[in-house]
Design a protein around this ligand. Structure first.
Ligand code: AMP
Ligand code: MN
Ligand code: MN
Length: 328
């Protein structure tokens, strides 16, 4: 059931013990939204736990409370009044889905959200889930402290490419300005997120050896097989290097994850890549999407390239992936 914002606040107010989660492979929006909501609810005298079924990348450890984010323990069952799922639909929260016994409240900004949650607040117009959390807390008359401000600013900044992408809107800027007033330090956040080991930067140079363009230069990708991934610590930042290639409309990074499983990130300048990701059971936004493909690497690569070709040159109008000038 889709809830209005007011109802969402009421539901949050009813729970006493609240578990908060977000998608696996968590990004700044997932982590920042969880931490800010947790902090607010704790200030309201509630007991909260942030459970994310994955590692928190090192760069986010500067956020207060990030060190307390835990993955669900094997075989343990968690009881709570409410499970709040942020920045994700219920199928992308890993083991948290089975481990937690509670009513579910889902808050998200992905228009591809599958709507499976009993209660869902979804606003695809918002640049980040952090923007929705800001609206909620603002409506609640919350006193934003530095901890919340750092967390929400991180979510706003990371989902908008530090306020550069087309999803950046007046509310993003208002929310960010409010977070600065409440003590957020943008340079501290961006410096922490930018830091990477020497070996990672060297690894990126290797990954760049494996980029290719196709479809008359309208598509570019880095296809990183098992052999290549062995020498690369992280591909963070690689997709942004591809985005700048002149003439390119869709870019993709596909990397070997495990046997018969590849992880895909897609970006575009306007063609709907969430429709491409949806074909493989993933999702996202018009200009930024992702999915996993459970196929041998070579097969996954050709299926993905075909889907991208189809998006770039739709032949069957019924199948046509719609072109859109909007981000979300
Ligand atoms: P990423 O390439 O991981 O930065 O993801 C780009 C966008 O697509 C983000 O908004 C993600 O939340 C979303 N996304 C990535 N993978 C998936 C997936 N498997 N299912 C749904 N949405 C996804
Ligand atoms: Mn996210
Ligand atoms: Mn997000």
């Amino acid at each position: 059931m889709r809830l209005p914002l007011e109802e969402t606040l009421v539901v949050l107010g009813e729970g006493r013990k609240i578990i908060i989660t977000a998608h696996v492979n968590p990004d700044g929006d997932a982590i920042g939204s969880c931490l800010a909501l947790s902090r607010y609810l704790e200030n309201q005298g509630k007991e909260t736990v942030v459970l994310i079924d994955d590692e928190v990348p090192k760069g986010f450890m500067l956020l207060p409370g990030a060190d307390k984010i835990a993955a669900p323990e094997e075989g343990r069952s968690y009881e709570a009044d409410l499970l709040v799922v942020l920045d994700s639909s219920l199928d992308r929260i890993g083991k948290v889905a089975e481990a937690v016994k509670a009513q579910v409240l889902n808050i998200d900004h992905h228009h591809t959200n599958d709507g499976q949650a009993e209660r869902l607040y979804l606003d695809g117009e918002r640049a980040a889930t952090a923007e929705i959390i800001y609206q909620l807390l603002e409506m609640a008359g919350a006193a934003f402290d530095k901890e919340m401000a750092m967390a929400l600013y991180t979510g706003l900044a990371t989902d908008t490419g530090f306020f550069r992408f087309s999803n950046t809107n007046p509310l993003t800027m208002r929310a960010a300005a409010r977070m600065l007033e409440a003590g957020a330090e943008p340079h501290v956040i961006s410096e922490s997120l930018e830091q990477r080991p020497y070996s990672h930067v060297k690894g990126l140079a290797d990954a760049l050896q494996h980029i290719e363009v196709w479809h008359g230069g309208r598509a570019a990708g880095a296809f990183l097989s098992y052999e290549v991934m062995e020498g690369i610590e992280s591909t963070e930042g690689l997709i942004d290097m591809l985005r700048v290639i002149e003439g390119v409309e869709i870019v993709v990074v596909m990397k070997y994850k495990e046997a018969d499983k590849a992880r895909v990130s897609l970006r575009s300048k306007g063609i709907d890549v969430s429709a491409v990701a949806l074909k493989f059971g993933g999702g996202g936004h018009v200009k930024a999407a992702g999915c996993g493909i459970e196929k041998p690497f070579g097969e996954a690569k050709s299926l993905l390239q075909q889907a991208i070709d189809q998006a770039l040159s739709p032949t069957d109008p019924a199948e046509a992936v719609k072109e859109s000038g909007e981000e979300k």
